[in-house]
Design a protein around this ligand. Structure first.
Ligand code: SAJ
Length: 407
């Protein structure tokens, strides 16, 4: 039996995948409300294919509880927030979950950390926490790091078809854990040491951040001299060794906009490129604000309440708003006392900001400028409703709009 700790964006789909593949799983979360909804068969968030996976898992052996189980194998997928001011990782949830596991686990138990952690966290915090309880690592407890790689919006597919990394002190245990993941993971699973596993995870997200920053910088250059950045990227990407990503209104989510800071925090003198990329991506909401001002001026629109931001989530077709560019933009506006911009997102079911509309038609009827911040399928299917507005299209998705502006 595997006890999976933390039933959020990563832990829950992983638990369901193991259960679907026939392994007995107990999912533990300290949030009693979440646990009771799961027991009732309700999922806490939407995700392509998750409902079907949930049904299949429930027909096998899966339980949800707030209690930690006495067993031999644990997977920890609890949040690892970062401290906003210092940009350092806050390991409090991993440490507290780990301590609770250590209080009940079998001797010789395998503890796998899936949560994203900054390089060095295992040596700095996790090993000492285990040793403080009097356990000998490698004898009483086997510690592994198997960082997750799945992308919101395509999680269920990627659990099965992404390759994975397993970091371990002991090759033999690493191979055993690899065997466990092979129950559902069809791609290659690399067994390596723990520091390489920690570092490669953060490097993957940093690579993406830098590539997006390059696209965003190109967008600014092209805007200054009236060139079409999308056309230029499209052509450049035809070169067999070029693969530039897409510019956008900023980088959100809890991974790409966060992980590079771990490297900047730990190696401040060595991370010029990484820091610059972060700054470029963080500057995008302000750039969007400047573009909104240009369009308002051009059309003599003085009232900010005539402007509507479409999309509150950090990317298309997900309901997750963490660190989203729209929230970053609203924060900037707030600092400048610019209140009253209207906001709508079809996937965000609760009111989380001022002047948020819950009905698309009401939103559209009250504004003259639409700023497309997120390329949800919903707006692609409703192009007709915005075609007569002035549209700032930060995602390059608007097709039939007459008066369209780019980043
Ligand atoms: N974005 C752009 N331009 C692009 C692609 C994305 O501006 O061309 C923006 C998105 O709009 C979004 C942000 O970047 O605001 C991040 O979105 P994403 O789809 O690139 O990535 P995440 O944060 O959803 O998931 C990433 C993934 N990492 C990599 O692709 C290297 C995922 O595989 C990881 O599991 C996840 O981080 C994580 O948990 O670390």
């Amino acid at each position: 039996m595997i006890n999976i700790i933390g039933l959020g964006y990563i832990g829950l789909p992983t638990a369901l995948m193991f259960a679907k593949s026939g392994i007995k799983v107990v999912g533990t979360d300290y949030n009693a409300n979440l646990v009771s909804s799961l027991i009732e068969g309700k999922l806490p968030f939407e995700e392509e294919g998750l409902e079907e996976l949930f049904q299949e898992a429930r027909s096998n052996e899966i339980e949800f509880t707030t209690e930690y189980q006495k067993t031999h194998t644990y997977i920890l997928a609890v949040p690892t927030p970062y401290i906003k001011e210092s940009k350092k990782l806050d390991p409090k949830y991993v440490i507290s979950a780990l301590n609770s596991v250590l209080d009940v686990c079998d001797k010789g138990a395998v503890i796998i950390i899936e949560s994203t952690i900054s390089p060095g966290t295992i040596d700095k915090y996790i090993r000492p926490a285990i040793e403080r309880k009097g356990y000998v690592i490698g004898e009483d407890i086997h510690l592994l790091h198997a960082p997750e790689r799945i992308i919101p919006g395509n999680m269920v597919y990627e659990l099965e078809y992404n390759s994975r990394t397993i970091g371990t002190d002991n090759q033999e245990i690493g191979e055993k854990v690899k065997g466990l993941y092979t129950n559902f993971c069809k791609e290659e699973i690399v067994v390596t040491d723990i520091r390489s596993a920690e570092m490669s995870k953060v490097v993957e997200n940093t690579y993406r951040d830098i590539n997006i920053a390059f696209a965003n910088e190109l967008a600014k250059i092209c805007h200054t001299d009236n060139m079409n950045v999308y056309e230029i990227i499209r052509i450049a990407n035809m070169h067999p060794r070029v693969n530039i990503m897409q510019p956008g209104p900023g980088v959100g989510g809890h991974c790409i906009s966060v992980d590079p800071w771990f490297l900047v925090g730990d190696y401040p003198d060595l991370t010029n490129l990484i820091l610059t990329a972060r700054k470029i991506n963080d500057s995008m909401p302000r750039h969007v604000l400047g573009r909104i001002r240009d369009i308002m001026r051009e059309h003599g629109i003085k009232d900010i309440s005539k402007v509507g931001l479409y999309g509150l989530t950090y990317k298309e077709n997900v309901d997750d708003t963490r660190e989203s560019p729209t929230l970053q933009l609203l924060e900037r506006m707030d600092e400048h006392l610019a209140f009253g911009v209207k906001v709508f997102d079809p996937l965000v079911k609760e009111r989380i900001v001022d002047h948020q509309f819950m009905n698309f038609d009401d939103f559209i009827n009250e504004i003259e400028i639409v700023v497309v911040m997120v390329g949800h399928d919903h707006i692609k299917n409703n192009m007709d409703s915005i075609k007569d507005k002035h549209v700032l299209d930060t995602k390059n998705i608007c097709t039939i709009v007459d008066d369209v502006y780019n980043l």
